[in-house]
Design a protein. Structure first.
Length: 178
């Protein structure tokens, strides 16, 4: 299998490490294989790819869609981010718990987040290009969010030598309601 898929401590989250083939020309790897993902129990169809570029200290999130929850396969094309998923599935035994993964272009690792999670990331490098595949289309009218620093969740965001940078929208999200 050219991809190693590891279950994370919260059900529905997986870290993915592709096998990288390097030589004097550069490298090659498979970033996604339906066969490999399905054999690991990840059976979703992707309908939309997104990409963003952000600078050091940018914190995007925590976002989710209410009626059209998206699963996401996320990775960093350049730079490094701390990526976080918060379980917002009310029936889940890990409801309100979070899990974070350091994603980097150097390591080429990925993070799969099943539908039913809020998602966000913090850019650790001078800049980062972030890409993700989604299992549902983006519906702007359906978007929700959670306060990035909600003490009830307690995400341990990394400290940086620059202040965090937010969109106006991300500063107005409410606290998590249990």
């Amino acid at each position: 299998m050219p991809i190693t898929i590891t279950k994370c401590p919260i059900e529905g989250l997986y870290e993915i490490q592709p096998k990288i083939f390097s030589d004097n020309r550069g490298y090659f790897f498979e970033s996604w294989s339906k066969r490999d993902f399905e054999s690991a129990g990840i059976k979703y169809d992707f309908v939309q790819d997104n990409q963003s570029k952000s600078y050091k200290g940018v914190l995007r999130g925590l976002h989710f869609q209410k009626e059209h929850p998206q699963g996401k396969l996320v990775r960093v094309l350049s730079g490094e981010v701390f990526d976080v998923a918060v379980d917002i599935r009310k029936e889940s035994p890990t409801y309100g718990k979070w899990y974070g993964v350091l994603l980097s272009a150097e390591k080429q690792n990925q993070f799969f987040i099943s539908p039913g999670f809020a998602h966000g990331f913090l850019v650790l490098s001078d800049e980062a290009v972030f890409a993700y595949k989604c299992t549902d289309f983006y519906h702007p009218e359906d978007e929700g969010g959670i306060m990035w620093n909600d003490p009830a969740i307690g995400i341990d965001w990394p400290s940086l030598d620059v202040p965090y940078i937010f969109s106006e929208k991300d500063t107005k999200y409410p606290a998590f309601i249990r």
